[in-house]
Write a protein that binds this ligand. Structure first.
Ligand SMILES: Nc1ncnc2c1ncn2[C@@H]1O[C@H](COP(=O)(O)OP(=O)(O)O)[C@@H](O)[C@H]1O
Ligand SMILES: C[C@@](O)(CCOP(=O)(O)O)CC(=O)O
Ligand SMILES: [Mg+2]
Length: 376
């Protein structure tokens, strides 16, 4: 039997970075998915094989070697979500180094550490073939790391004794609330390995889907009554979430009062976002006034993100280009205001001339899902 889990990426509508420091963010799932498939091998086949299709890497470890390297952890492992210690990350790095990880892709190694931690913690030392592929650009702000950790945790839990699923179901099925919560908690442990200090908003929205408000580790569902259309631009400029988050923390320790005011202002923007999208439009005039307000909020949020040091010349270029078409934009997304298909085509073409890739994504939709294939 093969177990497949898919989890969506996200767009943060307001409040990224501020959310790491306990201020509110509003995020929505998008209809682009990361898919993990796991097929258990027979017990005498001593191999865990990981195929990372998007980045063209393929690893095979012997179960014996994994056990040996992680022997300091003892057994059995805890069945509740547990953080990976720095000492264990070093051991996992040994396993990855032994596979001669290409130097040019070394920034992606933390995803393999997260894989090894979640795999051994949830499933133990069972031989298997594991494959991942994603529709999300990796490292572009659309939560690929969370979708990776959520879909991996879901597929592993589906094979473990911790959740009892009906494996005879056909097609995609969802987890119940308690199981989804467990998936989310394990995914957060994976995100910690990749991000250092994640807020938890990305794994929560990827697990539960739709639109959520997130503050100090607590998620609230938001019933959006506004049809949102987002034009997303990937500037393809590489960046590292972990480093950006650490830079904001460093700026916060240097200027605590100023940063506190900025982060409070970002929270006010998130709160207004969630109020607006929950309101019922009485007519088209009301709807377009609300769209205009969201556009202004995006502009203000972007200005504040610039002030905390997380913008980039390429992002400012996207802002200026979209401004020519009277479109408000912010980091990790674009939109707000009513725009015709013709304007979208023009802006996509102009952004394309800089080498950027723009696409629209469906906002909201289901969170993590699972399916079982008995054909082999
Ligand atoms: N499909 C994937 N294949 C391999 N690694 C992935 C994949 N998706 C995410 N990752 C891991 O997540 C990291 C990117 O996460 P991050 O920097 O938070 O950006 P984002 O979450 O915005 O895409 C990569 O370096 C890699 O370790
Ligand atoms: C910057 C932050 O708010 C979002 C990071 O999103 P992404 O990994 O860049 O998609 C960090 C966090 O909330 O953990
Ligand atoms: Mg991420």
């Amino acid at each position: 039997m093969e177990v497949t889990a898919r989890a969506p990426g996200k767009i943060i509508l307001a409040g990224e970075h501020a959310v790491v420091h306990g201020y509110t963010a509003v995020a929505s799932s998008i209809d682009l998915y990361t898919v993990f498939s796991i097929r258990l091998r027979s017990e005498d086949d001593d191999t865990v094989n990981l195929k990372l299709n998007d980045i063209g890497l393929d690893f095979s470890w012997s179960v014996r070697r994994i056990k040996e390297v992680l022997s300091h952890l003892g057994s059995p492992f805890s069945s509740t979500p547990t953080s990976c210690s720095l000492e264990t990350i070093k051991s996992l790095a040994t396993l990855v180094d032994e596979q001669s990880f290409p130097e040019t892709k070394i920034g992606l190694a933390s995803g393999v550490y997260a894989f090894l931690w979640l795999y051994t913690s949830i499933l133990g030392f069972k031989p298997a073939t594991v494959t991942v592929s994603s529709e999300l650009p990796v490292g572009a702000g659309l939560g690929s790391s969370a979708a990776y950790c959520v879909s991996l945790s879901a597929a592993l839990l589906a094979l473990s004794d911790s959740v009892k699923l009906d494996v005879s179901q056909k097609g995609w099925s969802t987890f119940n609330e308690t199981e989804a919560e467990l998936v989310n908690k394990w995914a957060f442990e994976g995100e910690k390995i990749i991000h250092g200090r994640p807020s938890g908003v990305d794994n929560s929205v990827s697990t539960f889907g739709n639109v959520i408000k997130f503050k100090s580790g607590v998620m609230t569902r938001v019933n959006s009554n506004m049809p949102l259309r987002m034009l997303i631009t990937n500037t393809k400029v590489g960046r590292d979430t972990k480093a950006l988050v650490a830079n904001v923390s460093a700026r916060k320790s240097r200027h605590p009062d100023a940063m506190c005011s900025v982060l409070n202002a970002i929270e006010a923007i998130s709160d207004e976002w969630s109020t607006i999208i929950q309101s019922h439009a009485v007519d088209d005039l009301y709807l377009s006034a609300n769209e205009e307000k969201l556009g202004e909020l995006m502009e203000m949020n972007q200005g504040l993100l610039l002030s905390i040091g997380v913008s980039h010349a390429s992002i400012e270029n996207v802002l200026q280009t979209s401004m020519k078409y009277k479109l408000a934009s912010k980091l990790t997304g674009a939109g707000g205001g009513d725009i015709s298909g013709e304007v979208i085509d023009k802006i996509v073409e102009e952004l394309g001339s800089f080498g950027y890739q723009s696409f629209t994504a469906g906002i909201g939709g289901k969170g993590v899902q699972i399916s079982f294939d008995h054909s082999s």
